[in-house]
Design a protein around this ligand. Structure first.
Ligand SMILES: Nc1nc2c(ncn2[C@@H]2O[C@H](COP(=O)(O)OP(=O)(O)OP(=O)(O)O)[C@@H](O)[C@H]2O)c(=O)[nH]1
Ligand SMILES: [Mg+2]
Length: 242
């Protein structure tokens, strides 16, 4: 998908946003079976920690972190959904306006890999058609218990136009790189005019006015996102990582 997107937009004479805006928020959603490690991937990325006793997510949790790339401040906002079946009808409400949709499986649990097709269908049906599709095989620190080969993950991702990464939330392998690569793709899309300027937010990318690239390396909570997260929390038990 990425290479064909590039082909489509390469050659556009004036990239509409290049060098115009310096700060964007980018909405991510992360889905997959319960217990594959979605929450810990977010905790590793936003706080560089691992929570071995993290309770199963109830409906949805929320985390943020800044990535500076190309002299631009990207506020990554991640909606971490519950994998448990009973929350599916609630979590369906969170795909809307996702710039990046991440599907996670556990490399030691074949069933979680067999179910990624279903999660991908949810992403295709409920996220915007512009969403960047990403597949993560998590728990690679458990190599001796591996049931899903790297090739199986790669093949599925290639067949379905997804970026593919293997990670360990436990030791951090691959986590930074995954989010960095996602933002590099979003940055390229912005600069190449992939998104309609008048419809940016529909695609999960929002211009953050008067922010500038001045939060390098910080891990902070965006106030608007915080308010949004808290509103959802009241409605649907959505919790905020802090
Ligand atoms: N060994 C290992 N264990 C992990 C890793 N990531 C998560 N875990 C463990 O897997 C279990 C589930 O992790 P969570 O992050 O809560 O999983 P989840 O996908 O958010 O689950 P739900 O919220 O129920 O959808 C926990 O016991 C974690 O400690 C990893 O990379 N390696
Ligand atoms: Mg969770």
């Amino acid at each position: 998908m990425i290479s064909s997107d590039r082909d489509e937009f390469e050659g556009d004479s004036i990239p509409p946003y290049a060098n115009l805006e310096k700060s964007f928020s980018v909405k991510f959603i992360i889905v997959g079976d319960s217990n594959v490690g979605k929450s810990n991937i977010i905790i590793r990325f936003t706080q560089d920690q691992f929570d071995i006793n993290h309770s199963p997510t109830l409906a949805c949790e929320f985390g943020t972190k800044h990535i500076i790339y190309n002299d631009t401040d990207y506020l990554v906002q991640i909606w971490d959904t519950a994998g448990q079946e009973e929350y599916k009808s609630i979590t369906r409400g969170y795909y809307k306006e996702s710039a990046v949709s991440i599907v996670v499986y556990d490399i030691t649990k074949e069933e979680s890999f067999n179910n990624i097709k279903e999660w991908l269908n949810e992403c295709k049906n409920l996220s915007p058609s512009s969403t960047l599709l990403v597949l993560i095989g998590n728990k690679i620190d458990l190599e001796e218990e591996r049931k899903v080969t790297k090739e199986m993950g790669e093949d599925f991702a290639n067949e379905n136009g997804m970026l593919f990464f293997e990670t360990s939330a436990l030791n951090g392998n691959g986590i930074e790189n995954t989010f960095q690569k996602c933002i590099e793709n979003i940055d390229r899309r912005i600069r190449e005019g992939f998104y309609d300027l008048n419809d940016l937010s529909k695609n999960g990318v929002k211009i953050r006015k008067n922010q500038g690239a001045n939060n390098i390396g910080e891990n902070t909570v965006d106030k608007k996102a915080l308010a949004e997260g808290n509103k959802k929390k009241k409605k649907n038990d959505c919790c905020l990582y802090n």
